[in-house]
Every structure is written in C-alpha cells, then in structure tokens.
Design a protein around this ligand. Sequence first.
Ligand code: SER
Length: 323
Amino acid sequence: MSGKTPRRILVTGATGQIGSELTVELRKMYGGDNVIAAGHRRKPSEKLAKSGPFEYVDVSDRDSIGKIVEKYDVDSIFHLASVLSAVGEEKPQLAWKVNMGGLYNVLEVARERELTMVFWPSSIAVFGQEATRVNTPQNTVLIPRTMYGVAKVAGELLCNYYFLRFGLDVRGVRYPGIISSETLPGGGTTDYAVEIFYEALKKKQYTCFVREDTMLPMMYMPDCIKAAIDLMEADPSRIKCRTSYNLTGMSFSAGELAAEIRKHIPEFECEYKPDFRQKIADSWPMSIDDGVAREEWGWKPTYDLADMTKDMIEKLTERARQT
Ligand code: SER
C-alpha cells in the first residue's frame, strides 16, 4: 500500500455535474496543469477549459484512457464518467458498457501503471427494496433493480478486489442525490431536486416527476466535493472499507423541498406527475446511516435543507443577473 498523495490527476466525467466542480477544486489544490479534465461528448465550460488541460476520453476504450495517462504522466484517477440511473433504465446495455466497462478499464490502467490512487463514486442505488429504507446501514443486503445499481454493486466488489489482490489504493463513497448550481445533472432519478430550483426561479412553477411524499437522501455540492477530498486525503490505515462508504447530507421529501423553496419564493407552485422514475426512487433508501464514514475518516456534512436551499437560490439568482 502506497500511502502516497496524488501528484497528477486525471478526472473522467469532468464535464458532468460533479466533475465540473470537483476538477476546479482539485486544480486549486494541485495546480491547474496537474489536473487533467476528460470529457466524452460534452464541450468543457469556459471555467474548465481555461483552468487546465482538457482531453476527450472514451472510458469504454482502455487505450483512450491509457494514452492520456501516459501523455501527462498521470498517477491518480478520479473516475466520475457514468450513465445515470434513469438513462440507464432506458439504455441498460449502454449503462453496463460505460459504467462497468469504464471502471474495469480505469482499474486495469491503474494496475498496469502502478498508479497511486483511484477515487470512484458509488451510489445509494446499490440498495434495493430488500434493504431497510430508513437509516440504511453500511452493511446490508444489496439487490438493486436498476442496471445503474447493478453496475454500482459489481463495481464496488471490483474495487475491493483490486485493493485486496493488487494493493491498488482505491476509495469510494455511495453518494446520495447531489444538488448543485453549476452544471445540471443528466439522466438521474434525483434530478428533480436540482431542476425544481431553476424552474421555481424562472417560471414559479414546477412539475415534479416523483410523488410529493417521495423521500430520498441528498447532499449539496460543497459537501460532495469535501467528501471526495477528505476521503482521498485520509491516511490509508483509516480506510477499512474498500467497497464504498455510505454517505449522506440530508433527507427530505419532494414536498418538503417545495415548501422550503416557497419560504424564499412564496408564489412558487409545485405539482406532481410521477413517471417511470418513481419506481426507481421507491426502491432506494429514504435516509442513510453514514456512521462508519464518520468514525473511520471523520466525515461530517455542513449543509442541511435550509442552508442548501438558501445558497442555491442566491447562486442561481446571481447567475441570472449576470447573464
Ligand atoms: N443521483 C443518481 C441518479 O439519480 C444516483 O446516484 O441516478
């Protein structure tokens, strides 16, 4: 086990919801030129393109990853590229190819080139109806019903295998739904918790694709980034779990979120028209017990529903004023 810290990092999925903000944060810590942003189809934002190198990488092609690792002498990978849960149900074959194939390729490149570290996000989607849905514990039955979840469970086991078998320092967290103001998520079940803010500000109206009483675990982007960095910086002796750690920031129902937004935008109206994503949401936990992450590497979220809502509305209002 290396116990070394990263020197030059490749971020796959850097144009995505988490990647676009995590890359910028890592560049602040490690220097712009030491964090290589990789996207697939989407063009990088100006912020991303200007703050350091950008490359197009197809994670389902191992050589495409290997070439960039070689070109920049990369020693650590934050592997975020993924097809999310709702798109994954529409295109399960693609989800398996990108999510499972991509992770396998990243782990193989890391093994072959003896990289220092790999960070990979798992998800609350690893759980299925058989798991306790309230305060879902770290270790419980994992029988997901989405292809996204199936690939996450298999991916967790693969990460653990690479740690045990090859000594690769791979670390992961099971993110809940992530709420952010910079880049919209694409194709997830928890996307409503982001879209609702944009629509509340623009149209004072939102049609939510899950029921009002649908409760899911969520997290605000600053906590999402903090989790990745805290976990990456933790001494390897503290990381006992090499599958992925349960993690949460807050839990609320869609109706509670709408009510919180209404405190800032009193005219806001929300209606509920559940679609196929309701079934996915109903198979996931309502709240998460992240006690193991708290104990082993000191995880502690900062934002609750009220803080997050206030900050989202301020940030999006400010952005609208500038454009
Ligand atoms: N937020 C993701 C999704 O909804 C779950 O990891 O697909």
